[in-house]
Write a protein that binds this ligand. Structure first.
Ligand SMILES: Cc1cc2nc3c(=O)[nH]c(=O)nc-3n(C[C@H](O)[C@H](O)[C@H](O)COP(=O)(O)OP(=O)(O)OC[C@H]3O[C@@H](n4cnc5c(N)ncnc54)[C@H](O)[C@@H]3O)c2cc1C
Length: 401
């Protein structure tokens, strides 16, 4: 394991830091949370600036227009952007982190030429249509069907939890193309243009009051057969390629944010009166909780470095990624709970106490409730670790298919 930075990596950090310092003051404030077209435009504009400066697609190979950066340089990129509070990937999440890399690995030349430049330049936004109302953790039991009809597939079914669906141009869609085959063998991966007739997007409202994901109703949707990525009925393997791009490094900004939240919680506790008039910070239990959670955040940061180091050595940190996902998301929820405890009544509503600087903490806490579900629940991460890391017997399958 090599955790020291090379001279080239230090130079990369210095140049990036200088570019961010010069660029960020000219970035306008982010639009309102529910201004979807504004948010798309804002996220795409930031991506265009990264593109112009040569920082688009840090983890994409150079021959496909990316930066071809090493895992360590990717870490530096994400760390610097988070440290200087640069805009995140936002609406570009699926295109840049899942769909683009999947097309690089599995797409045809034509599909790559059609989509990769637009994703990198922030002109093309994608969403992910994998989950269904009855198929989330047990993804292989999905039912949305695609039937070949001449040069097209005709798609019928429903998808759910599709983040950014209302502003996406394309969807990476998993469909069942062979209903007779065993569940994993009859699935295909399709590119769905969201403007196709028969695609209906119904926004879903979450606990924060935002409709950042939606339900997709697909009713006789006709998609050209050339939009198939990989072979017909080989979509499960292609989906696993898509999942393999979800790396522990995607959470780097969140770990830095955890640190910031803990510092903010301590700051509020120092200046807020406790039940007997002394500052809340006088409570040794509270100080112990802050210390314990801070130690965990430091441990998570070390795990990120270990995962990056393994990736640099050409190994895929599957177990490290599952340990990280499990511990990080649960730690983040505990930080939210502690912040809520310190805020007291102000934690009950974003608008309850005018003037109290509580709204982003309250929103953050509600948002983190989803972290242990999205991208594979905690229970599923535990199953992965039990089976793959500890070698315990595989759990019995109860599905009817
Ligand atoms: C914020 C957010 C954004 C999302 N964005 C997208 C998106 O853009 N595109 C997309 O396709 N999906 C998206 N999802 C869906 C997400 O991938 C699923 O919610 C997740 O995979 C869980 O599936 P489910 O909701 O069907 O729960 P279920 O699979 O029904 O699980 C219900 C409960 O049972 C547990 N459970 C299920 N099976 C097992 C088992 N074998 N062993 C132990 N426990 C088990 C689960 O852990 C969970 O606690 C998003 C979800 C969230 C919360």
């Amino acid at each position: 394991m090599q955790l020291r930075y090379t001279a080239a990596e230090l130079a990369f950090r210095k140049a990036l830091r200088a570019w961010l310092a010069e660029t960020l003051p000219t970035v306008p404030p982010a639009p309102d949370r529910d201004d979807w077209s504004g948010r798309r435009a804002y996220d795409c504009a930031w991506q265009q600036r990264l593109y112009g400066a040569g920082y688009a697609g840090v983890d994409w190979p150079a021959e496909h227009g990316g930066l071809g950066a090493s895992p360590t340089e990717q870490l530096i990129f994400l760390e610097e952007c988070a440290r200087m509070r640069a805009p995140g990937v936002g609406a570009g999440f699926v295109g840049l982190l899942h769909a683009g890399p999947t097309l690089i690995a599995e797409g045809t030349e034509r599909q790559r030429a059609r989509h990769l430049p637009g994703i990198l330049r922030g002109e093309e936004v994608w969403c992910q249509g994998f989950s269904e109302p009855d198929a989330g953790s047990d993804l292989a039991s999905l039912r949305t069907s695609a039937v070949r009809d001449g040069d097209s597939y005709v798609i019928n079914g429903r998808k759910v939890w599709t983040s950014f669906a209302q502003v996406a141009d394309y969807c990476e869609l998993l469909v069942r193309t062979d209903p007779q085959a065993p569940s994993h063998k009859g699935i295909s991966w399709l590119i769905l243009p969201m403007e196709t007739p028969g695609v209906q997007v119904r926004p879903l409202r979450n606990a924060v009051g935002s409709d950042e994901f939606a339900e997709l109703i697909l009713d006789d949707v006709r998609v050209p057969a050339e939009n198939l990525v990989g072979a017909e009925n080989d979509g499960w393997r292609v989906a696993m390629v898509t999942f393999s791009f979800e790396r522990g490094t995607a959470f780097i900004a969140d770990v830095l944010e955890s640190r910031r939240l803990l510092q903010e919680t301590a700051r509020i506790a120092r200046s807020s009166p406790g039940p007997r008039g002394e500052p809340l910070w006088a409570d040794p239990g509270l100080r112990r909780d802050v210390g314990r959670l801070t130690a965990e955040v430091c441990g998570l940061w070390s795990l990120i470095l270990k995962n990056v180091s393994e990736a640099s050595a050409g190994r895929v940190p599957v177990q490290g990624a599952s340990v990280f996902k499990l511990r990080f998301t649960e730690n983040r929820q505990r930080i939210g709970d502690l912040a809520a405890q310190v805020l007291g009544r102000a934690a009950l509503s974003v608008s309850d106490l005018p003037g109290a600087d509580n709204s982003h903490i309250v929103e953050d806490r509600l948002t983190t409730l989803a972290y242990t579900i999205a991208a594979g629940t905690s229970q599923i991460q535990k199953n992965i670790l039990a089976e793959r890391a500890l070698g315990l017997p595989k759990e019995p399958r109860w599905t009817s298919r």
